[in-house]
Design a protein around this ligand. Structure first.
Ligand code: SF4
Ligand code: SF4
Length: 368
């Protein structure tokens, strides 16, 4: 197959960037992963290190990894709602796992039709392998200090997927190339990160990253809750990056805000119907409701207060606890009386949570 034939196929499928590598650099990846563990920067979503290196057991006799990138740099629109919360660009559209898997299936089919027969393994961020390392090796982009893969044309708002195959077709792409790192070290990403999750030496403390915090089911520390400004994910360190300013845009538009009242009181059935195919729904309804409650802590008005008071009787313990914290952040002097009146059978638990919150902030104030 000629290179221009491949380009035609890619255009037809809608793959924006493609690269291929013969290399999964186990030594380099091992060192990076060990460093992350030693610094305790990893999260509960990360696989065991040995699994992340063991590409041979995933596809024995593998020869190449095809890495693909699809831009999600679409135009965004807001909604007209009094209480609204923003979802990160990567998670608001149709679930990227579905999109990438479809595109990769189409690519595999097209390669088969061109006479290439192979065994394969497809991956989109839920496998143990490190897809950003693969993307960098395959020349999709380079690592920025914001920990994203940056492509000079498309910026860093790109979904990444890969296909491991057991034949060598690298000649189709020419030489295996790793791009020169063109991060201009402006440090805008580091300076703008609300939680200091990004460190100067290209490290990231993922436990402090808002993208992680809006997904975890762990109890979010009170001081980090205060930093959360989105319903799901965080785009700040990508939005400020100069490479995204002039990046190629998609024609599509996505509505990026969600009505908080609607999502807090949504039924399971309706949540599934409305948001079941969105990437942000993967942790379930209550995590999004919890994040909505965190956002209400910053909106001090009657409507927000009334919703939070109603949630003091919510069947989810997590929602009740976060609602008490959100009301505390509103600063009501009669909060204990509000809780006494509105908690019903959860009164004792709610009062205990209020004490826990008060203790934390009294100590915090004392330490200033
Ligand atoms: Fe910081 Fe947000 Fe970037 Fe995470 S996604 S590193 S919280 S700016
Ligand atoms: Fe690099 Fe600046 Fe982009 Fe951060 S904001 S990744 S330092 S170019």
């Amino acid at each position: 197959m000629q290179k221009n034939r491949l380009d035609t196929i890619l255009r037809k499928i809608g793959i924006d960037i493609i690269g291929i590598t013969k290399n999964y650099d186990i030594d380099k990846i091992y060192k990076r992963l060990v460093k992350r563990r030693e610094k305790n920067y990893h999260t509960e979503f990360e696989f065991d290190i040995n699994k992340r290196l063991d590409i041979e057991s995933i596809l024995p006799g593998w020869k190449n990894i095809i890495s693909i990138g699809i831009s999600y740099n679409f135009n965004i629109e807001s909604i007209d709602a009094e209480l609204k919360g923003r979802v990160s660009k990567s998670a608001i559209g149709r679930d990227y796992h579905l999109i990438l898997n479809e595109k990769m299936d189409a690519l595999i089919k097209a390669l088969n039709e061109e006479g290439y027969e192979f065994n394969y393994f497809k991956g989109v961020d839920t496998t143990p392998l490190v897809d950003r390392e693969i993307a960098a090796e395959a020349g999709i982009g380079f690592f920025g200090k914001n920990n994203s893969i940056i492509n000079e044309e498309y910026g860093s708002f790109i979904f990444l997927g890969f296909i491991i195959i057991d034949i060598d077709i690298s000649e189709l792409w020419g030489k295996n190339r790793i791009l020169e790192n063109r991060c201009i070290n402006c440090n805008l990403c580091i300076k703008s990160c609300p939680t200091n999750a990004l460190r100067d030496n290209n490290d990231m403390d993922a436990k402090r990253c808002l993208s992680y915090l809006t997904q975890t089911k762990e109890d979010i520390p009170f001081d980090l809750r205060e930093k959360i400004n989105t319903l799901y994910g965080c785009d700040i360190c990508q939005n400020v990056c100069p490479y995204n300013r002039n990046a190629i845009k998609k024609d599509e538009k996505e509505i990026i805000d969600i009505d908080l009242e609607d999502i807090i009181f949504i039924s399971n059935k309706e949540f599934k119907r409305k948001y079941g195919d969105k990437a942000f729904s993967w942790r379930g309804k209550n995590i999004i409701r919890r994040n909505a409650v965190i956002l209400l802590s910053k909106i001090v008005n009657k409507k927000s207060k009334d919703i939070l008071i109603e949630l003091l009787k919510d069947s989810s313990e997590m929602i009740r606890k976060y609602s008490i914290w959100a009301l505390y952040m509103h600063g009501y002097l009669d909060l204990e009386a509000i809780i006494l009146k509105a908690s019903g059978r959860y009164l004792e638990e709610n009062i205990n949570e209020l004490k826990r919150i008060e203790e934390f902030y009294v100590i915090k104030k004392g330490n200033r």
